[in-house]
Write a protein that binds this ligand. Sequence first.
Ligand code: SF4
Ligand code: SF4
Length: 380
Amino acid sequence: MIIDREGLDQLISVLIGMGFQVVGPTVRDEAIVYENLNSINDLPEGWADEQEGGTYRLKRRSDKALFGYVVGPHSWKKFLHPPERRLFRANLKGGDFEIIPEKLEEPKFAFLGVRSCELHAIAIQDKVFLGGEHVDSTYKIRRENAFFIAVQCGQSAATCFCTSMNTGPRTESGFDLALTEILDNEHHHFIVEVGSDQGNAVMEKILHRQATGEDVMEAKKLTEEVAAKMKRTLDTTNIKELLYENLEHPQWNDIADRCMSCANCTMVCPTCFCSTVEDVTDITGDHAERWQKWDSCFTMDFTHIHGGEVRASTKSRYRQWLTHKLASWQDQFDSSGCVGCGRCITWCPVAIDLTEEIPKIRDSENQITHPGNEARHEIP
Ligand code: SF4
Ligand code: SF4
């Protein structure tokens, strides 16, 4: 099927009419973030993002593309796994605390503009929040209610490496609808793939025309070209073993000299899921609340137990993050914890780049097989 700009606007209106809160990309504070949308006028028309290690800039495109950017600091996890939520309130009554559990909100989100790597990130978080013995009820209800409109990537950022992680740039499943934006001198329209019955039911309410075989080929060619031009790569061969065997590699010290332990990388990562709980009371001491908040393996308090922190050094915290992401995540959830979106590279203030750090460990591993290089393995 094919829809034009008016059809996309109609899609947003139809979803709002069906009770969905439509969330998608918009420009705020010189970045493209995910917020409520009311019409296509809220989309970042004519904007592109320029990304590199430690760098993010918006710049004007020469056309009116609505999805001519890649990914920004937000990910969909802020809607499915909110940054903070109250778990319960407690009020002192007659010497005892009465516990009032928080009512479960049941928002219906329609996510517009979800990229392939982001759908893979959501599939990873599904395993974390829904896959085990303890299901996260907030995530579950939000996930079940959500409607996904993917957008096939028409460009990659310099920090993307989804092709190495087999997560993009083309999405094949996990969406209700997937759009490919076609924009040239004569056309501006969207080729729509339908991925679910609900997607089909929504499309029946939208003015559309049938796509030809040529249109479908054009859509596929676009993502093939993006894949071919992707600049960053990460060799994932035996990456779990590589990291497990190099827990005392000198490169961790080198990274620790640069890392500020700011936790940006974990906050922007679409798969990081750690949280903490905080209890607060008012000044009378009669009312208390318990809140769940995002936390990070980079904060000292994260591993605080009696007697101090388990991971007191920056070295141990960065090593924990990367080794969990790429190695122990595989043991825990049977997949990598990284989808190659590049956010941790872009938003790291000192441009630490896992696609550069891993090869440094791998290269020294390769060199150690040559006689005379054993010293590189010594712990400083
Ligand atoms: S580790 Fe970095 S590149 Fe991988 S998913 Fe997280 S933010 Fe994206
Ligand atoms: S790697 Fe970068 S973003 Fe992550 S904690 Fe260190 S300085 Fe912050």
